[in-house]
Design a protein around this ligand. Structure first.
Ligand SMILES: [Zn+2]
Length: 325
């Protein structure tokens, strides 16, 4: 097999809450020529930066060093006026001139944006919402990331800190949010992958004589993928936990639909592995709670780039930063 390596690549890096994914991307054909991962859960800021540099160098070496630029998607709020990554909810990053530091260490132009902003850019340019000028995206993983494309542009807000859709409040007296978020009752607090596991734990404690209960009895750890797998198998506790998370997600989507009237709402992140088990209850709640005609116009769909949307979007932003402005 002949592996075709493009003349020039951009490297996209998606820094998630637990792992880093980097790829050498051909921005014209949207093909990924080399992928590499690093575990970053629980490591220090210095180790995180080292892991990012190391992953970029591996991807660059794999395509013979023919790299034009590097894009990073990081789960952080930004002050674009000062070029500072200000605060991450679920990673050890704070008040960091991330683009300057990386550009100096890599010797290449660097673009940085919020990871979900990168993901929505990929989906709106070339993925599940291709060609649509008005798109909202939620990535349901450790937390809930949010991104908006409005009028064909990536919406970053006045200072670059938008669009943290996961921190909209959907339960005014709800549970405390995660990490550095001071709020409570955020969509992230009740409908993230973390919330899915918590929901399943609460329910299985009351109904231990179920497939999920027996797996836990055998010592298997309770994780989002296990809950999803058992929900597909028809386990009542797991299926209910996924449905409840889908319904809560539907409340958040109803808010987005009322406010922005998007053509497409894209759902990504690890929890979208549940597919229609998550999306069908979300759409039902959207129909019950949002306003016409926006609720009847919108499509609520799964990401088409899957776990790679942030990485591909970061690469697209690095290849042509002006297209998003
Ligand atoms: Zn929050």
């Amino acid at each position: 097999m002949v592996v075709e390596v493009p003349a020039r690549c951009v490297i996209g890096v998606d820094l998630g809450g637990t792992k880093l994914l980097a790829g050498a991307v051909d921005p014209e054909r949207l093909t990924v020529h080399h992928r590499t991962r690093r575990e970053v859960f629980g490591i220090s800021q210095a180790a995180l930066l080292d892991a990012a540099v190391d992953a970029v160098q591996e991807a660059s070496d794999a395509v013979g060093g023919e790299v034009d630029a590097v894009g990073f998607g990081i789960p952080c709020t930004f002050d674009r006026k000062r070029g500072v990554a200000v605060q991450a909810v679920n990673l050890p990053l704070a008040d960091l001139r991330f683009a300057d530091i990386m550009s100096e260490r890599l010797g290449l132009p660097v673009e940085v944006d919020n990871d979900a902003n990168c993901a929505v850019w990929a989906e709106a340019r070339a993925g599940a919402a291709k060609g649509s000028p008005d798109v909202a995206l939620l990535t349901i993983g450790t937390g809930i990331g949010g991104g908006l494309v409005l009028g064909g542009r990536l919406y970053r807000g006045w200072g670059g800190a938008g669009a943290e859709l996961g921190h909209m409040v959907v339960d005014i007296d709800g549970p405390p949010c995660q990490g550095n978020c001071p709020n409570w009752g955020c969509l992230e607090a009740v409908a993230s992958g973390t919330a899915l596991v918590r929901e399943a734990a609460l329910r299985v404690a009351r109904e231990p004589d179920t497939p999920l209960g027996r797996f836990l009895e055998e010592g298997r750890p309770l994780t989002g993928p296990l809950v999803t797998e058992l929900a597909f198998d028809g386990d009542p506790v797991a299926a209910t936990a996924v449905r409840v998370i889908g319904e809560r997600l539907g409340v958040g989507i109803a808010n987005l639909v009322n406010i922005f009237n998007p053509e497409v709402v894209v759902i990504g992140g690890g929890v979208i592995a549940a597919g229609e088990l998550l999306l069908a209850p979300a759409r039902a709640v959207l129909q019950r709670r949002a306003l016409a005609p926006a609720k009847d116009m919108v499509r609520v769909v799964a990401t088409s780039f899957g776990a790679e949307s942030g990485m591909i979007g970061a690469a697209l932003l690095a290849a042509d930063p002006g297209a998003a402005e």
